[in-house]
Ligand binder design. Structure first.
Ligand SMILES: Nc1ncnc2c1ncn2[C@@H]1O[C@H](COP(=O)(O)OP(=O)(O)OP(=O)(O)O)[C@@H](O)[C@H]1O
Ligand SMILES: [Mg+2]
Length: 255
């Protein structure tokens, strides 16, 4: 089973946009795909078209169950919601994730996501996990559950400096909790081929020996439109340059 986590502790680098569109591109190819949203901001959940209401079970309910909040136990598939898109399913986030984080951490529930995903693994071909912009309980739970991780990079000098720190954090977690976790690659986002700095920054990452994914994602205002229409760009505008880049990126990953 292939479980990819998209992680960068820096905010706004494209984690939610990338995890949702990779999951959508995967579903479009006919792979039954689950998108797990671990960010209390619920951006991926919203982008994939899922609405919160009382009946919907979220990843927060899954975690709450592990600390005995509910009298009846749900199975892992009860936390999986269908979307309007063929083959695309979501385990939704919930604003409540923030409130319960400390209790989950103090009660050592970091492995519960891994157990839950193992339970549903045979129902899906691919799983993508979106994470919050922090190295917190949820991103750690995601990195423990995953088979590989991807780091979106926004072509900013501070981000380049932060990547080594990020990799140190992940390496420690890998050694302690998930030795199988592979570093699949850095995804260059909002790349401007006309400017010099992005090219230099990308070259700098390559020079350090980091795996940089060969397909870079351009900046496009169409992303905002796809967010507001709550339709991943690969569905909204399949012929758009950025949609094609997402599909290439997925092919690079699936090679
Ligand atoms: N390729 C792109 N072209 C244009 N805008 C983009 C692109 N990728 C991301 N953005 C914009 O950048 C912002 C941040 O994107 P996104 O929410 O995906 O990042 P994130 O890393 O998930 O953020 P957070 O850390 O808050 O969860 C959004 O406003 C989004 O529209
Ligand atoms: Mg996000």
């Amino acid at each position: 089973m292939n479980i990819r986590v998209v992680f960068n502790q820096k905010g706004g680098v494209g984690k939610s946009t990338i995890s949702t569109n990779l999951a959508a591109a995967s579903a479009k190819k006919g792979l039954k795909t689950l998108l797990v949203d671990l960010d209390a901001q619920c951006n991926s959940t919203h982008y994939a078209g899922i609405d919160h209401h009382d009946e919907i079970k979220t990843v927060a309910d899954m975690f709450k169950q592990t600390v005995g909040w509910f009298s009846t136990q749900s199975t892992a598939m009860d936390f999986v919601q269908p979307t309007a898109f063929d083959n695309l399913f979501v385990m939704p986030a919930d604003p409540a994730l923030g409130k319960i984080e400390r209790e989950l951490e103090s009660r050592y529930k970091m492995y519960k996501l891994r157990e839950t995903l193992q339970e549903v693994a045979s129902d899906f071909d691919r799983i993508y996990i979106d994470t919050p912009p922090n190295f917190n309980f949820y991103s750690k739970a995601a990195l423990i559950s995953a088979t590989s991780f991807l780091i979106p990079f926004d072509c900013d000098d501070f981000s380049a400096q932060a990547i080594e720190k990020l990799l140190d954090n992940v390496a420690e977690l890998r050694n302690d909790h998930n030795p199988e976790l592979a570093f699949e690659g850095i995804i260059i986002n909002q790349f401007n081929a006309q400017a010099n700095l992005p090219k230099q920054l990308v070259q700098g990452l390559k020079d350090k020996g980091f795996p940089v994914m060969p397909t870079h994602l351009s900046a496009s205002v169409k992303i905002r439109e796809s967010h507001s229409k709550r339709t991943p760009i690969v569905y909204l505008s399949p012929k758009h340059k950025l949609s094609e880049q997402f599909e290439h990126l997925l092919s690079d990953l699936e090679k």
